[in-house]
Design a protein around this ligand. Structure first.
Ligand SMILES: [Zn+2]
Length: 399
């Protein structure tokens, strides 16, 4: 075989095209030739530097491109028009940054994060710029973390390295089974597998909660993530029952009250159900109250006993009621969604101090909201069952 051809073949196999020069009269061995080829392929790595420009009040993109990047007015003007075709520049926000990247002191890229998943990228070419909207590339690494509740769930979760966002995610996914506002106890246990995202080697936030286990007062709950056919996240227990239920465990959302984490200092105190067929949550006046489920407001008004009082019909025979409110944000006939803010804790009506008096009725009879199980959401579809099994097999033993 002709040697030139042989080496072309070798190089093409290596995935690189280049012109093979005719070899001179000097005979060299294949090995020498290979070494020579490798030397020619040493990749030159340019030195990359980045400048972050924080957008100030009164800035315009046109101005930034001229003053910060050094693009001439006319070119900058054309570029802004080009950008406007893929991204509305009026949506560029003050306080956000534009990254200007140089390779060997030559402009190589200008980028702007549109949101947490997309970026605007301007790449200079010989004549103009290539303007694109791109998905931000993240490297995803899985993490497994577990902990026991000491002083508070939030603090214990922080102590094992969870971010605020992941703590909320965990509380949200178990919010149908666990009353995070008042029933968390010392010794409760949590464990989860989740995603950490990295962008160019730097931590860039958490991704999905993949699997979780929560032990509350000796009762154990599991949840596993399955992506729906339309890409939506759905959580199930290992039997395929949706984690989601008709009603949340408590109208005092951990998510809402935790802003400032007042519950770390003051835990709501539970009244006993037996005494007055309701649960009393001691909480500061103004603490947000949310509806535990989708439904229709059947009463929102004054009662001498209950003060500002809201009653909601959730269908399937379930009704909930919220009393002594300082504020009401809904009126009779309104349709509400699970987790909607409906009022604020107060001490209106016959009440001795700020608290939420919370009632649940099943077919007209008062039931204990903390022990009553409400119907579970749609069970997993037949086609998604193998996916759930896969997640359970992979992660359950890690929890
Ligand atoms: Zn009460």
């Amino acid at each position: 075989m002709y040697r030139g051809m042989f080496f072309s073949a070798l190089l093409i196999t290596a995935g690189i095209f280049f012109v093979v020069l005719p070899s001179g009269p000097h005979e060299i061995s294949a090995h020498e030739e290979e070494v020579k080829v490798q030397e020619e392929f040493q990749v030159y790595i340019p030195s990359v530097s980045k400048t972050l420009y924080e957008i100030q009040e009164g800035d315009t993109l046109l101005g930034i491109l001229q003053t910060e990047v050094g693009i001439e007015y006319e070119d900058a003007f054309t570029l802004v028009e080009q950008i406007n075709e893929v991204f509305d520049i009026t949506k560029i926000r003050m306080g956000n940054s534009i990254t200007i990247q140089y390779e060997d002191d030559v402009l190589s890229k200008i980028s702007y994060d549109i949101n947490t998943s997309e970026e605007l990228v301007l790449t200079p070419s010989a004549q103009d710029f290539l303007v694109e909207r791109k998905d931000i590339e993240f490297e995803v690494r899985q993490a497994t973390v577990s902990g026991s509740v000491e002083s508070s769930f939030y603090q214990s979760a922080l102590d094992v390295g969870l971010t605020d966002r992941m703590i909320m995610e965990l509380a949200t996914v178990f919010a149908w089974d666990v009353d995070f506002a008042s029933s968390i106890q010392k010794g409760d246990y949590f464990s989860l597998v989740y995603e950490n995202k990295y962008r160019e080697g730097e931590f860039a936030g958490t991704g999905d909660l993949i699997a979780g286990r929560f032990v509350n007062n000796g009762e154990e709950f599991f949840t596993f993530l399955v992506k729906d056919t339309d890409g939506k996240n759905q959580y199930y227990n290992e039997d395929g029952d949706a984690t989601e239920r008709l009603l949340l465990k408590t109208p005092l959302s951990y998510k809402r009250i935790s802003s400032g984490f007042s519950l770390n200092r003051k835990h709501p105190i539970l009244g006993t159900f037996k005494t007055h067929r309701a649960i009393d949550f001691a909480a500061d006046t103004g603490t947000p109250v949310e509806t535990v489920g989708n439904g229709t407001v059947t009463f929102a008004g004054w009662s001498d006993t209950y003060g500002n009082y809201i009653k909601i019909d959730h269908g399937s025979g379930f009704t909930t009621a919220y009393a002594h409110l300082s504020k009401m944000y809904v009126s009779k006939g309104a349709r509400v969604k699970q987790g909607d803010l409906i009022g604020a804790v107060g001490t209106t009506g016959r009440s001795t101090g700020p608290h939420l008096h919370y009632e649940m009725y099943k077919n007209g009879t008062p039931v204990n909201p903390l022990t009553t199980e409400t119907p579970s959401g749609k069970p997993i579809s037949e086609e998604s069952k193998p996916n759930l099994q896969e997640v359970v097999d992979l992660y359950k033993s890690q929890l």
